[in-house]
Design a protein around this ligand. Structure first.
Ligand SMILES: CC(C)(COP(=O)(O)OP(=O)(O)OC[C@H]1O[C@@H](n2cnc3c(N)ncnc32)[C@H](O)[C@@H]1OP(=O)(O)O)[C@@H](O)C(=O)NCCC(=O)NCCS
Length: 221
C-alpha cells in the first residue's frame, strides 16, 4: 500500500472518496506489477516481450507509420531497449504500453500506450501505432476499446487526451471514429523532421465513454 501523499483531515471527510481511493490503490498496484491480458474480437493486448522487437521494427519503423509520430527505434536493439523501458515505466506507475497481437499470431504488430499527465492518471494521454498491413481492418477499433476501458475502469483515468498532427488523416479519422471530441488545435506544438506541426487535441471523458457504451452496446462503429 502506498503512503498517502499528505495527511490533511479535510481530505478524509468524504467516506465515498476514501473507498474510491482504496479501490484504485489496489488495482493500480496490480497493473504496476504486470499488465493484464485483454482479449478483444480481433486482437489480444498484452505486455510487450523482448521477442516482439523484430516484428515491431518491421511494422512501425516504416515511413508511412512513422511519418507523424515521434521517431520509433530503427534497429532490433533499439526496440529491445524501448520494450525494457516500457516495463520500467509500468513498474514505476507512470505509463503502460500494450502490444497488439492479432488472434492467430504470436508477436505484436502495433502498440497502444497510456501515460499519466498528472500523478495518479486522472488526466492521461494515449497514443497508438499499428503496422500498415493491418490498417483498415478493424484492429484499431478493437484495440482502442480495450485500451480506453482499461484506462477508465482500471487505471482510474477520467480524461483521456490524444494529440494527432493535423496533417495525419488516418490518426484524426481514427480518433473521431472512436468517439473522441476535438477540443482545439495546438499550434506548432510538435517538432518533426525539423518542422513544427500543428496538432489536434482530442479528448474522451469517462462519463462520455460510459454513456456511449450504454447506447451502442459492446460495439463501437
Ligand atoms: C492511427 C492508426 C492506428 C489507425 O488505424 P487504422 O487501421 O488506420 O484506422 P481505421 O482505418 O480503423 O480508421 C481510420 C479512419 O480514418 C479515415 N481516414 C483515412 N484517411 C483519412 C483522411 N485523409 N482524412 C480523414 N479521414 C481519413 C478512414 O476512412 C477511417 O474511417 P472509416 O473506418 O470510418 O472509413 C494507424 O493508421 C497508424 O498506425 N498510423 C500511423 C501511426 C499514427 O499516426 N498514430 C496516431 C498518432 S495520433
Amino acid at each position: 500500500m502506498e503512503k498517502m501523499p499528505f495527511r490533511d483531515a479535510e481530505v478524509i471527510m468524504d467516506v465515498n472518496a476514501v473507498i474510491h481511493d482504496a479501490r484504485f490503490v489496489t488495482t493500480e498496484t496490480d497493473w504496476r506489477q504486470a499488465l493484464p491480458v485483454l482479449t478483444g474480437t480481433l486482437v489480444t493486448l498484452r505486455e510487450l516481450r523482448l521477442s516482439d522487437a523484430p516484428s515491431l521494427l518491421s511494422m512501425l519503423a516504416t515511413e508511412e507509420v512513422a511519418r507523424f509520430i515521434s521517431p520509433p527505434p530503427t534497429t532490433v536493439d533499439g526496440f529491445e531497449r524501448f520494450i525494457a523501458w516500457t516495463h520500467r515505466e509500468r513498474a514505476a506507475g507512470n505509463y503502460v504500453c500494450f502490444g497488439v497481437v492479432p488472434h492467430g499470431m504470436d508477436t505484436a504488430i502495433g502498440i497502444f500506450q497510456v501515460r499519466q499527465l498528472e500523478p495518479g492518471f486522472a488526466t492521461a494521454e494515449w497514443g497508438f501505432a499499428i503496422g500498415s498491413a493491418f490498417w483498415g481492418t478493424g484492429i484499431f477499433t478493437d484495440g482502442a476499446k480495450l485500451t480506453i476501458d482499461f484506462a477508465f475502469n482500471v487505471v482510474g483515468t477520467h480524461r483521456l487526451e490524444a494529440r494527432a498532427a493535423v496533417a495525419n488523416g488516418r490518426g484524426n479519422g481514427a480518433l473521431r471514429k472512436i468517439g473522441a471530441l476535438q477540443e482545439g488545435v495546438l499550434r506548432k506544438s510538435f517538432l518533426r523532421n525539423g518542422e513544427y506541426l500543428d496538432q489536434a487535441l482530442w479528448t474522451i471523458l469517462d462519463e462520455d465513454w460510459r454513456r456511449a457504451k450504454s447506447v451502442w452496446g459492446p460495439r463501437v462503429h
